[in-house]
Design a protein around this ligand. Structure first.
Ligand SMILES: C[S@@+](CC[C@H](N)C(=O)[O-])C[C@H]1O[C@@H](n2cnc3c(N)ncnc32)[C@H](O)[C@@H]1O
Ligand code: SF4
Ligand code: SF4
Length: 395
């Protein structure tokens, strides 16, 4: 699930499949017809439906285990090419409202054997990639493909084997060495690519918060602290309705700031039903080409296929989905889209005054940018203003 994890998105409940999942109104369109992207939408394509890490609060593990689903596979290159070709015909891509594709959702993109080929397809289409990785393994990325990567997130849950081992598992020393080697190569070949550390805050790693910040600063990368949550939407919705299985709740209360999470979700309940979820504008595709409700959902509530369904069909099926209804009702949808906000995050642990000040400045800048973007997407002339901004940026 992509970084609206930064900007904040999660995962679904009712394990009842979406009623029309099988027949999706006969998929009237074919792959030669554009697949549009909504006004504030992003494009998220899972190139690797697998991951080697064991993060217990990631849907990759908890969701698949609960559904007793076999581990996924990789997106076939031809399916990726055909999907991009369909998206490329959309207004959103043609006027460059969307020029980047998130190459991950619930999997580890660096495991995909054809990683270079996806980048080449994006490059041929004048598009960019956003990557988030655990850096346990880094593929050999061809130098000419590095500038295709517009943004990289380095996900981290600890700085020692003890803390890191509780979530990701594996050797932190190796992960940091992999990251540093990748960063040096990237700085040489693609200095404009933005790099961030997504620091996951757990109850047991708060004492490492400022060390992680200083590590990020030493390596000249942005630092984005994020209070870890259940990123499986089903579990989030269960937690919000006090329906999480007891053993799971106990683990979550031990490791994540569970009560804080449930309370902050609850604060969005009152007007939840009326919430127009921005994720309805997203196009989220799993490794088999299924269109998902959002980056938190799995294929049990799929709303069509990347090569068949139209945007309007997809969006309407999302709005009508029972899962979206309960997700909104319980406040999860709005909470997920405001995850950046102070009320949903937690005060940082005490630290050196200069570090706190520096982080406050950079964090506030990121948040303001995100707020402006969200506001412009709602405002009548917002799209025109964003268009002008995009033209200036690409001039
Ligand atoms: C599911 S991961 C998939 C990509 C890659 N495997 C990774 O971990 O970066 C997608 C995003 O979710 C974030 N994430 C994972 N687990 C999280 C958690 N428990 N709480 C908050 N964000 C989380 C990661 O930082 C990442 O940016
Ligand atoms: S590394 Fe990413 S995809 Fe893998 S289990 Fe952890 S959060 Fe999930
Ligand atoms: S309302 Fe639907 S699309 Fe929005 S976050 Fe919830 S499940 Fe996802």
């Amino acid at each position: 699930m992509p970084p609206e994890a930064i900007h904040g998105l999660p995962k679904p409940l009712t394990l009842h499949p979406f009623p029309n999942a099988a027949d999706h109104r006969a998929c009237a369109e074919d792959a030669s017809v554009a697949l549009e992207v909504g006004q504030s939408g992003r494009v998220i394509i899972e190139i690797a439906g697998v991951c080697q890490a064991k993060c217990p609060y990631c849907a990759q593990n908890s969701g698949k285990r609960r559904r007793q689903e076999k581990t996924g596979a990789y997106m076939p290159v031809d399916l990726f090419r055909a999907t991009i070709s369909r998206l490329r015909k959309s207004e959103a891509f043609m006027n460059r409202r969307v020029d980047r594709v998130y190459l991950y959702n619930w999997g580890e993109p660096f495991l995909a054997p054809a990683f270079n080929e996806y980048l080449e397809i994006l490059r041929e289409n004048g598009l960019y990639a956003v990557i988030s990785s655990n850096f346990q393994k880094v593929p050999d990325i061809r130098e000419e493909n590095l500038p295709v990567i517009n943004e990289v997130l380095f996900s981290l849950s600890g700085l020692t084997d003890e803390t890191y081992g509780r979530i990701h598992g594996g050797s932190i020393e190796k992960v940091l060495a992999n990251f540093e080697a990748f960063r040096s190569k990237l700085k040489r070949q693609s200095p404009k690519t933005k790099l961030f550390m997504s620091w996951h805050r757990y109850t047991f790693n708060e004492h490492e918060f400022w060390d992680a910040y200083r590590y990020a600063r030493r390596h000249d990368i942005g630092f984005i602290p994020s209070v870890a949550f259940l990123n499986d939407l089903v579990e989030l919705v269960q937690a919000a309705g006090d329906q999480l299985p007891e053993h799971r709740k106990q683990d979550a209360q031990r490791d994540i700031f569970f009560d804080h999470m449930v309370e902050s979700i609850g604060s969005y309940k009152e007007n939840g039903t009326a919430y127009a979820c921005p994720a309805w504008d997203d196009v989220v595709i799993d490794e088999k080409g299924k269109l998902l409700l959002c980056c938190g959902a799995d294929s049990q509530s799929a709303v069509g296929h990347a090569l068949e369904t139209t945007f309007d069909q997809m969006r309407q099926d999302k709005i009508d989905s029972p899962l979206c209804k309960v997700c909104k009702q319980r406040g999860v949808a709005e909470w997920a889209h405001n995850n950046f906000h102070d009320g949903n995050q937690r005060a940082w642990p005490p630290g050196n005054k200069m570090d706190v000040l520096r982080l406050r400045l950079t964090y506030t800048r990121l948040r303001i940018k995100s707020d402006i973007r969200h506001a412009l997407n709602r405002f009548a002339f917002g799209e025109t203003i964003l268009d002008v901004y995009r033209k200036l940026k690409h001039a």
